[in-house]
Write a protein that binds this ligand. Sequence first.
Ligand code: GLV
Ligand code: MN
Ligand code: MN
Length: 412
Amino acid sequence: MLDPTRIMERCDALARHSELPGGLTRVFLSSEQRAANALVLGWMREAGMSAKLDAIGNVVGRYEGERPGLPALLLGSHLDTVRDAGKYDGMLGVVSAIECVADLAARGKRLSFAIEVIGFADEEGVRFGSTLLGSRAVAGTFKRDLLDSVDANGVSMRAAMRESGFDPERIAQAAHRREDVLAYAELHIEQGPLLEAEGLSVGVVTMINGATRLAIGVEGFAGHAGTVPMNLRRDALAAAAECVLAIERRCGAVPELVGTVGKLETLPGAVNVIPGKVRFTIDVRSPRDPQRLAAVTEAVAEMQAIARRRDVAIKVATTHEGGVAKCAPWLQEQIGAAIAAEGLPVRGLPSSAGHDGMAMIDLADIGMLFVRCKKGISHNPAEAITLADAEIGARVFLRFIENFQPHGAVRS
Ligand code: GLV
Ligand code: MN
Ligand code: MN
């Protein structure tokens, strides 16, 4: 029997592993993540799976099919969070997938394929700026130069991996072979308001918007806030402020496009010092790749013009580039069939948020099931879902898994 209360309790339990007391922040390769992984490994084993951490720290559970070693349907989502996060973004998908396997195992049911449930170690990209690290490792597309990137404390990813007991030289071992994978499917909260507005518990994802992330460094000249006249300043923060508004203007001009400066740091950061350096991030998304890429190119050109006019230097580094990821029509159809079989209307909708499927699509066809969340709120501690929707989501997902037909197979 699926146990939706256990799903909710497990999301609560994971949320207790946080670097923020009274809130939820859990980033890649942190001690909180180690503790969360231990919980998930235990739940997977309890559900009848063999479970281990892979070479980058993803939690991977495997439930064999009718005989050992069959190709697998991969199910998953992420176990890392943004800062001051909600407790369902990512975690609901991992915990619900485990619940589905527990139900199969309790009934002694083996399928004609294996199931692997993966709790990805990094999807949000909070610690090192680059995102989808866990799923890229599984897809075999992890870029090794990222090992040199550093976190806010100057710790490199390479060093952080070693400190957590992982060997950065072995990341390639996390990669799956295409012939071993039938598809990737993910249950996730919608993170938007559409399902709630239409009174629906679940929806089928049609595609995931593309995204570009940039890290910007502005270098001016620090000086005395009292003595340097306004016209002689090379204020890095004033230049960055113009850049932020330029991004907002450029992305605000096109309805489907969104652009966000989510992090900005001023150095040296004192009330009486003109800012000499600023670092900030930019995140641009759109359902159309050419539209996103054009906006990024134009925004960068405008920032460079601002920098020239203000006599500051600007450096732009791309930390993430992910094109639009289309969910495979055959998986949409099977997820839709599972929704319909529960007597619910089938609603297709795009995802404006990013997901591990953006990386997994390099390995296999992807499909996603969205579960309604309250007021569409996400990346916020107010993120909420109902017990009833957790149950419906898990029921639909289980039905999809049990009736899953690999692409090309004849349905009975
Ligand atoms: C992940 O949640 C993202 O869309 O950035
Ligand atoms: Mn998220
Ligand atoms: Mn997510």
